[in-house]
Write a new protein. Structure first.
Length: 247
């Protein structure tokens, strides 16, 4: 536990006194759990409040404002222990983690004059070693494919996918319609609207879609993902890729 130093607690219905916090080791993009002890120092019970957090840069500018929510209830005077999910920011680096309680769509308790404890945190690169590449026979990775995928995972992305070049001899000369969105060219696209084809995925993620007979992952849940057109696979097999029949 990291004891929280003395701090002013405003009088009123909604007030919090922070007692202790355990800040875990954090990897970029990955989730960990944070333990905190706090007290309802106000006159009203906590109903519908959530513990959340902000990731700030060294100047206090928000990098991630709305962290994962963890419900917390307590009657006035009650000391409450809570274990909250915390997702590291992207990319790795030094950040300031600020904790607070939020009454959704109304206010953060810091806006009412409550103390928001903050901690300097060195966010480590994400461990990429368990990643699995779903690249079937007949596709050739570019020479820097593995390096670019590894870098993206260490930055914090659990799912990484890129472009598909269509240059195979013996196949149709034009790119199939389904693969046109994946033609090489460009860079990172944070608003990519299509599944990642032949992705590299960190557990427990698995392909959940298919594009022109190729394994794909459609973003779901809150795991961070990345499409980068510079991460290129090329179709070079003479075997025609076919859509697989639904099972």
């Amino acid at each position: 536990m990291t004891p929280i130093g003395p701090h002013d607690v405003p009088a009123g219905p909604l007030a919090v006194r922070w007692l202790d916090v355990v800040v875990p080791n954090v990897q970029a993009g990955a989730t960990v759990t944070l333990d905190a002890q706090l007290e309802n120092a106000g006159t009203a019970p906590w109903r519908g409040l959530n513990l959340s957090y902000h990731w700030l840069d060294e100047r206090g500018n928000p990098i991630v404002w709305d962290g994962i929510r963890t419900p917390i209830d307590a009657v006035p005077g009650e000391r409450h222990g809570v274990t909250a999910r915390l997702r590291g920011p992207i990319p790795p680096g030094r950040y300031r983690l600020a904790l607070d309680l939020v009454d959704e769509h109304r206010f953060w308790l810091a806006e009412l004059g409550n103390h928001s404890p903050a901690f300097d945190v060195d966010v480590a690169p994400r461990d990429p070693h368990a990643a699995r590449a779903f690249v079937p026979d007949g596709l050739e990775p570019a020479p820097d494919w593995e390096e670019r995928v590894d870098v993206a995972h260490t930055e914090g992305y659990a799912a990484v996918g890129g472009s598909i070049g269509w240059k195979a001899s013996g196949l149709r000369r034009t790119t199939p319609d389904e693969l046109e969105p994946y033609e090489p060219g460009g860079g990172r696209n944070p608003a990519f609207a299509h599944p990642l084809v032949c992705p590299s995925l960190l557990p427990p993620l698995e392909p959940n879609a298919e594009v022109f007979g190729l394994p794909a992952w459609r973003p779901e849940g809150d795991e961070p993902w990345l499409y980068d057109a510079r991460i290129t696979l090329t179709v070079r097999s003479r075997r025609r890729l076919r859509r697989r029949s639904p099972s």
